[in-house]
Design a protein. Sequence first.
Length: 325
Amino acid sequence: MNTPGWGVAGPGRIAGRFAEAMTMVPGGRIVAVASRSIERADAYADRFGVARRYDDFGHLAADADVDIVYVATPHNRHESDTLRFLAAGKHVLVEKPIALNAAQARRMVDAARANGVFLMEAVWSRFLPAYSLLYELLGQDRIGEVRMVEADFGFRRPVEPSNRLFNAELGGGALLDLGIYPVQLCTSVLGVPERSSGFGSIGETGVDELVVGVLDHGAGRMGLIKAALRLPMPCTARISGTEGSIELPARMHCPEALTLNTPEGSETLDGRWNGDGLRFEIEHVQDCLAEGRTESAVMPLAESVDIAATLDAIRSDLGVAYPGE
């Protein structure tokens, strides 16, 4: 495949960052954008120089110049929007979380495989320089056998019932929006947990505002994750092994450095980058398409389903269910 033509579904804030990142991707080009509001589609297209704009996702799915769609709609629409584009033979990069729950995620994965097209959950952290350094250090056994991952991500903001973070109809809450980053760190380092438990508090809008999750990865390996919408947190992470530890500073989902602690001392490794870090996942996706891959080895589909299942288990303990699940 030549350099793919991208379509954008849902021109919100993150899609704006996506377009800015695209300017740093060799050959990167957005050829069309769609929104349920033509005014929003026009504003995005005008701002980022996108040639075509639609007020119907069906038109985006039918656009012959669109090879892959970046789905940046609210969480509750991820499944339906992704299935539409997959059925049209489009590759899809869908924002995290891949779906509201594991059942939806499985249907999306099945559809991608049935149609022979690429699908990936946009967990941009996986492709950042600091995370590449992290996996390199772990691969070298620099901290011995990893036994514990601790990570948190939270901030305090006023309750805004109309904001997607506090809106149950849109799949709001701390866990799916913020907690997924600590959870994916646990799964990338320790693998799929054998069981997961959750504790937390539910706010006045019916979504989780504070969550603590305990992940049992078996063989004496544990994960401890925290997420919050109404409580400021350090937003750091620590991976502890039998011979040392690795620390990810704030913000743990997009750190610009990491610190390696061993009996020989501490060393801080530089992981800075230029521009918007979303560009690394875009480059990865384009590389996958150029190689004819329908799945990423860095963010594999089975792991996305497993992460969704872990979030399901934690959310079940909290007693949070979304309308229409």
